[in-house]
Write a protein that binds this ligand. Structure first.
Ligand code: ZN
Length: 387
């Protein structure tokens, strides 16, 4: 199998709002069809501009807050100050669209299913095929986002401050200055959320390691199972290629919601292995925690053990822990499904940095390591034959 050939199709900018997303889905579906791999397509309403719209909304609320502070309207200021964290919480943490549903298109999850006669479990694998370019890199972004809780508190404090100082000029001036600083701050957050619209076409991330290599790995896994190169024993296998991951896990959210629902438990013991930052340099890594905004979930210890053992068998080196990540696995974990996200350390190299920028190009892919990781995934799958 020519991994480079596959990667050449999966190392192009393909953000959710672009036609390249559909072209990439078509490439995956056509190739699976050529290989004889059966799949279904799950369509869902995709909100491709989720972060951009949220960025505009919080900035607009911050400007409103400034206006109410200047006009000395404490109740209105309080309502607006509360609206900012509520909006972010409902959209990012509860996955309920409040403002971001104004622009929608049809998203597609591509789902390959292999079933065995007497299944004892279901092994799910997932990788997202969309890509993203960010205005700030992840280090700059972390420096800005760190102050989000403080900005919430300052907004509320300003509403209270103008209530008590509305008859004092100096207090009102201080409140207005602080509200102005808040507008500047939420402007920086807006750039983090939606500043990608200012980035020219030639500075878009190719999404090679995030997450073209992961998609490649799961395409190969699907083919190898189809070709009888991987024994499934009594494991059903589901392989999901998701869209909308980079706009807050929308494809995975839809898949989990449709399949498991709030009270529907899987019929069989089910686990998820999610792939991110696959096939760059360095050993296999997993992330200890997975979350979006407030709540983070732990990687499943048994999956860490099984995947670590498979990796050690193919490479002779140990799996390494990384701190935390935001990805599709979060949606499965929130539904109570044991899950893990694995990838490669990226060392020597940029490690977990340099993504969502032109530095995530095909030159970053370590093809030998990618082949080893695919091997480890297959060994992991066959590992259930014996225990
Ligand atoms: Zn990713």
């Amino acid at each position: 199998m020519d991994l480079i050939e596959i990667m050449s199709h999966l190392s192009i900018p393909r953000p959710n709002h672009s036609p390249a997303l559909e072209e990439t889905a078509t490439y995956i579906k056509t190739t699976l069809t050529d290989w004889g791999v059966p799949f279904i397509v799950q369509q869902f309403p995709l909100r491709p501009y989720m972060q951009l719209i949220l960025g505009i909304a919080v900035l607009a609320l911050a400007v409103l807050l400034l206006a109410f502070v200047i006009k000395k309207m404490p109740v209105a200021a309080l309502v607006v100050a509360l609206a900012i964290p509520l909006l972010l919480m409902i959209e990012f943490e509860l996955f309920v669209p409040v403002v971001t549903g104004v622009v929608k298109k049809t998203g597609e999850n591509i789902v390959v299913t292999y079933t065995v006669p007497n299944p004892a479990r279901e092994l799910i694998f997932a990788a997202h095929y969309d890509s993203k370019t960010d205005f700030w890199d992840h280090i700059q972004r972390a420096k800005i986002y760190r102050f989000i809780p403080a900005a919430f508190i300052l907004g509320l404090a300003l509403a209270i401050l103008i209530f008590f100082t509305r008859h004092h000029t100096s207090g009102a001036i201080i409140a207005a200055i602080l509200a102005g600083i808040l507008v500047v701050y939420w402007g920086l957050v807006f750039l983090g959320f939606g500043g990608y619209i200012f980035i020219p076409a030639d500075r878009q991330s190719f999404g090679a390691v995030d997450n073209g290599t992961s998609v490649t790995a799961l395409m190969v896994l699907a083919k190898d199972i189809h070709d009888g190169k991987v024994s499934l024993g009594n494991s059903n296998v589901t392989i999901i290629f998701t869209a909308g991951e980079e706009v807050t896990l929308q494809g995975a959210h839809w898949y989990v919601k449709e399949r498991f629902g709030p009270d529907v438990r899987p019929a069989l013991p089910t686990t998820l292995v999610n792939l991110e930052l696959f096939g760059q340099n360095g050993p296999m890594v997993y992330w200890k925690k997975d979350g979006v905004f407030l709540k983070y979930y732990d990687a499943d210890p048994e999956l860490i053990g099984r995947l670590g053992a498979a990796w050690t068998r193919v490479s002779g080196t140990a799996i390494e822990p990384r701190e935390k990540i935001t990805d599709d696995a979060q949606r499965f974990m929130s539904a109570g499904i044991p899950a893990i996200t694995i990838g490669n350390a990226g060392i020597p190299g940029l490690g977990e940095g340099g993504f969502h920028s032109t530095e995530d190009a095909i030159t970053r892919v370590n093809t030998e390591n990618l082949a080893l990781m695919i091997n480890a995934l297959e060994l992991y799958t066959e590992g259930y034959l014996t225990k």
